[in-house]
Design a protein around this ligand. Structure first.
Ligand SMILES: NC(=O)c1ccc[n+]([C@@H]2O[C@H](COP(=O)([O-])OP(=O)(O)OC[C@H]3O[C@@H](n4cnc5c(N)ncnc54)[C@H](O)[C@@H]3O)[C@@H](O)[C@H]2O)c1
Length: 368
C-alpha cells in the first residue's frame, strides 16, 4: 500500500452504516464509497456522513479500480456471491457473518482468496467483545490454565426482522456462538453431532424446511483433545437476547452473565467471584477508541442488532482495526479465510446433523 490510505467501500447500509464513522476516523483508511440498491436511502446515508462516491450497482462498484477493500453488510444469502466477486475483482474483503450458507460457497471463497492473494475476513463481532478480550487475556497470562471445555450460546427472538430471517435454521446463523469457542483455542471444528428440539409455527418452518425452535450441538475440535457445545434459538423460545461464552479450565473458569448488565462469574478452583470486565479501547488507534462505548446512532435510531446485542461488546472498531492492519502488514487477518469458513461450516454441518436425527457430520477441510 506504500503508506497510502486504504480506500474502503461499504455495501449494505443497515447494520453496515454503523461502520462508516469508524473508517472515516481510522488513520489508515479513506471511507471512499457506499453501495446499496435504493437510491433514496443511499443518498440519505451519503449526505448524513458526507460520503461522495455512491453506487446502486454492486458490479459497478467492483469495476472501480480505486476501491481497495469492500466491507459487505448485505442480507446473508448475498454474502458468499458478493465476497467471491470482490476477491476475483482483486479487492480485500471484510464480510459480516456468516461467510456463506453452503459448503460449496465456502470452498469458492477459499479458492478466490487463495488465487487473488487478497485478504478475506469474516467480521465476527463475538471474538472482539470486551468479554472475549478479557478471557483471551486470562488465557495469555496463564490465569485460565489448561482449557477443558467450552460452551457457546446465542438466543435471539427474530420476529419482526426482514423476511429472509423468518424460519432460518438456527445453526445457519451460529457463528456468534461457535467462533468464540474456536477462537480462544485457535482451533477449527472437525465434526459435529446436533439435535433439533421443539418446533416453530408451520408458516415459519416451511420457509427453509427447518422445524426446530432450538438446535444444540457438540463439536470435536481438530487436533486437540477438546469439545465444545453450542445452543441456538431464533424463534418462539423465551429468553433475553444472549450471545455467551463459558470456558472451563483447570485453574480458572469463566461463566457469562445470565442477565445483561450483571457482571460475569470467574471461578478460581471452587471459589466463585464476580469479575469486572474492563474496556479495551487502549488497544486501538486513538481516533477510533470512542467507538468501543458509543454507537454511531443516537438512542432513538439505534440499529436493532446493536440494541439487542448490547452494542456488540464494543467490537466494531476492533474488527475494523484488525482488517485494516492485516492488509497493511501483509498478513492474514484473524479470523483468516480458512478460520472464517470453518466457523461458518460448523453451523451448516450442525443443521445437517440435526436434520438427520443427530448423525455425526464431518466438516470439509479446505486448508491445502
Ligand atoms: N453482530 C453482527 O455481526 C451482526 C449484527 C447485525 C447484522 N449482521 C449482519 O449484517 C447483515 C445485514 O443486516 P441488516 O440488519 O442491516 O440487514 P437489512 O436487510 O436491514 O439491510 C441490508 C442492506 O443491504 C442492502 N442490499 C440488499 N441487496 C443488495 C445488493 N444486491 N447490493 C447492494 N446492497 C444490497 C440493502 O439495501 C440494505 O441496505 C446481515 O446479513 C447480518 O448477518 C451482523
Amino acid at each position: 500500500m506504500n503508506g497510502k490510505k486504504i480506500n474502503v467501500a461499504i455495501v449494505g447500509l443497515g447494520f453496515g452504516k454503523e461502520f462508516i464513522p469508524i473508517y472515516q476516523r481510522h488513520p489508515h483508511t479513506n471511507m471512499y464509497a457506499i453501495c446499496q440498491r435504493t437510491r433514496s436511502k443511499l443518498d440519505e446515508v451519503g449526505d448524513q456522513f458526507g460520503v461522495e462516491k455512491r453506487y446502486t450497482d454492486y458490479e459497478e462498484l467492483l469495476s472501480d479500480t480505486d476501491v481497495d477493500a469492500v466491507h459487505i453488510n448485505s442480507p446473508i444469502h448475498l454474502h458468499a456471491a458478493q465476497s467471491i466477486a470482490a476477491l476475483w475483482a482483486a479487492k480485500h474483503v471484510a464480510c459480516t457473518v456468516p461467510a456463506a450458507t453452503s459448503m460449496e460457497d465456502c470452498r469458492e471463497i477459499v479458492r478466490a482468496a487463495e488465487q487473488s492473494g487478497k485478504n478475506y475476513m469474516m467480521m465476527e463481532t463475538a471474538i472482539y467483545t470486551r468479554e472475549f478480550l478479557f478471557i483471551r487475556k486470562m488465557r495469555d497470562t496463564g490465569k485460565l490454565g489448561r482449557i477443558q471445555f467450552l460452551r457457546g450460546c446465542h438466543q435471539q427472538e427474530m420476529a419482526g426482522w426482514p423476511g429472509y430471517w423468518e424460519g432460518l435454521p438456527p445453526m445457519h446463523y451460529a457463528t456468534h456462538a461457535v467462533s468464540p469457542c474456536l477462537a480462544l483455542v485457535k482451533g477449527e471444528a472437525e465434526h459435529v453431532a446436533c439435535f433439533g428440539s421443539g418446533k416453530i409455527e408451520e408458516r415459519l418452518a416451511a420457509k427453509y424446511g427447518s422445524p426446530f425452535a432450538v438446535e444444540s450441538a457438540l463439536f470435536k475440535i481438530r487436533n486437540q483433545q477438546l469439545c465444545f457445545e453450542v445452543t441456538r434459538s431464533l424463534f418462539e423460545t423465551a429468553r433475553q437476547y444472549v450471545e455467551s461464552l463459558d470456558v472451563y479450565a483447570d485453574k480458572t473458569s469463566f461463566e457469562w452473565t445470565q442477565i445483561e448488565g450483571e457482571d460475569p462469574v470467574v471461578h478460581v478452583g471452587e471459589r466463585p467471584e464476580r469479575a469486572k470486565v474492563p474496556d479495551y479501547a487502549h488497544l486501538l488507534p486513538e481516533p477510533i477508541r470512542r467507538f468501543t462505548t458509543k454507537g454511531v446512532y443516537d438512542d432513538e435510531h439505534a440499529h436493532l442488532s446493536f440494541v439487542q446485542g448490547g452494542g456488540h461488546g464494543g467490537s466494531h472498531p476492533h474488527l475494523v482495526n484488525e482488517f485494516v492492519t492485516s492488509i497493511l502488514e501483509n498478513r492474514p487477518s484473524f479470523p483468516d479465510v480458512h478460520q472464517s469458513v470453518n466457523w461458518t461450516c460448523a453451523g451448516i454441518c450442525a443443521h445437517m446433523s440435526a436434520m438427520r436425527g443427530g448423525e455425526i457430520v464431518k466438516l470439509p477441510v479446505f486448508r491445502a
